[in-house]
Ligand binder design. Structure first.
Ligand SMILES: Nc1nc2c(ncn2[C@@H]2O[C@H](COP(=O)(O)OP(=O)(O)O)[C@@H](O)[C@H]2O)c(=O)[nH]1
Ligand SMILES: [Mg+2]
Length: 477
């Protein structure tokens, strides 16, 4: 593709200069935050409530895969807009024939280091070198005269400008006022992009707006949009698959507690092992998800899940179980066979003779019994397994759904730690949830090596898919 482009014109797409974007606006409106969110990086620049945190122009490059697409320039805020206005007036009276942008150039050239307007000169220099301006507005602020003067001055550079409304949550009235005032400057193409929250669609609209303003960068921006969409979809899919894996592993998990005669001590240590297992599994899943989304443990905290355990015995004679084990026969015949087999099992385990008798009746072979023999023995000997109970599994799923939602909607500028609550409000469980859980409990091996079961891959995949689909049934995608 690139070779074609090279041969078409004198300037290939690869050689064309990158799109230069200046992020401008008053101090503390969220300029650095916007760049962090667009970069998916919590480490770019410094974000602070204190005024004037960003003192120099800082650059960050955005890539579509390995292709650099654009540079974002973070600028300090224009602090003394009135002094800047006076200086520009002065330059204008001395250079009556200069265009507006020439006046800005002259101002930049005439402002030495350590001048009181040095910071403003840095901003204007970057504005003049850029193709498009993103003007970040804190809509909570009233539309003060100083902001309008700032917009007027930036307008002199004759660069397309896109206002980005920040802090829009719960400030609709102020937002409308800002829109009206901007219309007086012929600026209509604004965007709402809360930098602390993140919405994939809002980011896409931003790039589309730039596309419509700068035809020459259209194709390259389209590659960025497509790339971002692909990466985003893959990210959401991998995250959902990871969560499905957690549900599968935990639902499959069981602790052997001996038989009915086992002591209370045996049972309680098994219960502790089970609890630890669930908590650790959830914590590992969190670590993986944070890494995938490029966040750290400072971003999201998981409160300890209350784990309850439930006893569960393999019900060999439940129709669903028989089927899952490949024993699709009339249960009466099998019951009779198993009762006879019981005597053997008590003494010497599952003998080949018994197995083949059962196998013959069941229409299945020895391999089925070798695989499930232990469980058949366990049933007959009255072994009890400790499993995660239904309500804990439901809670686990709902917490993970909440976590996924938070990850998908968190901007990399956010500074607060998000909490995944202990008990999220009731959410929707996947269709056929109980059936999924029952199936998982009947296949403990799936929990140990998920997805590696050639004989029942289809069943495993269909459960995994049902969980993933349910997790991603989300408007944020
Ligand atoms: N709640 C909220 N806080 C924000 C948002 N954007 C920025 N902030 C906060 O506002 C402060 C200033 O942000 P910063 O990006 O440093 O502004 P800059 O001076 O324009 O670069 C920081 O404390 C940010 O965490 C937003 O969309 N919502
Ligand atoms: Mg800043």
């Amino acid at each position: 593709m690139h070779t074609d482009m090279k041969s078409v014109g004198t300037v290939s797409m690869q050689e064309a200069p990158l799109l230069e974007i200046a992020v401008v606006g008053h101090t503390n409106t969220g300029k650095t935050s916007l760049i962090r969110t667009l970069l998916r990086s919590t480490s770019f620049g410094r974000v602070d409530d204190a005024a004037g945190t960003t003192r120099h122009v800082e650059r960050a490059t955005i890539f579509a895969g390995s292709e650099a697409v654009l540079n974002l320039h973070d600028t300090p805020g224009i602090e003394d807009v009135y002094a800047l206005q006076d200086k520009l007036h002065l330059i204008a009276t001395r250079n009556k024939r200069s265009t507006q942008s020439e006046l800005l150039e002259k101002f930049v050239a005439a402002t030495p280091l350590n001048d009181p307007l040095e910071q403003e000169a840095k901003v204007i220099r970057q504005v003049l070198r850029s193709d498009v301006l993103l003007y970040v507005i804190d809509v909570r602020e009233p539309v003060l005269e100083k902001y309008l003067i700032e917009i007027e001055i930036l307008g002199k550079a004759m660069k397309p400008m896109i206002p980005i409304f920040n802090f829009t949550a719960a400030h609709r009235a102020e937002l409308d006022l800002w829109r009206k005032k901007l219309a007086a400057f012929n600026i209509y193409a604004s965007l709402e992009l809360d930098t602390v929250a993140f919405a994939f669609e809002a980011e896409k609209r931003l790039y589309q707006k730039i596309q419509s303003l700068l035809e020459v960068h259209y194709t390259r921006l389209q590659r960025l949009i497509d790339h971002r969409a692909r990466v985003w979809n893959q990210l959401c899919m991998s995250a959902a698959r990871r969560i499905a894996g957690l549900i599968i592993t935990t639902a499959c998990y069981r602790e052997h507690t001996g038989d009915e005669r086992s002591s209370a001590g045996d049972t309680s240590s098994a219960a502790i092992r089970l609890q630890d297992f669930i908590r650790q599994a959830e914590q590992h899943c969190l670590v993986d998800l944070l890494k995938m989304f490029n966040f750290t443990d400072k971003d999201i905290e998981l409160q300890k899940i209350p784990v309850q355990n439930g006893y569960w015995q393999l019900d060999l004679f439940a129709p669903g179980v028989l089927k899952a084990y490949g024993l699709d026969i009339g249960s009466a015949a099998l019951k009779g066979a198993a009762a006879g087999a019981g005597i053997d099992l008590m003494t010497g385990g599952l003998s080949l003779g018994v197995a083949s008798m059962l196998g013959a009746l069941a229409g299945t072979g020895w391999s089925t019994f070798r695989r499930y023999g232990k469980e058949i023995q366990a049933k007959i000997r009255g072994t009890r397994w400790l499993c995660v109970d239904d309500s804990t599994l439901q809670l686990l799923y709902l917490r993970q759904r909440q976590l996924l939602d938070k990850l998908m909607n968190r901007g990399h500028a956010a500074c607060h730690t998000d909490q995944v609550s202990q008990q999220p409000e009731r959410g929707e469980l996947p269709d056929g949830w109980q059936q999924i859980i029952d199936m998982l409990r009947q296949n403990p091996a799936w929990g140990r090596s998920p997805g590696l079961h050639t004989d029942d891959t289809r069943q495993y995949s269909s459960i995994e898919k049902r969980l993933i689909d349910a997790l991603l049934k989300n408007p944020a995608l």
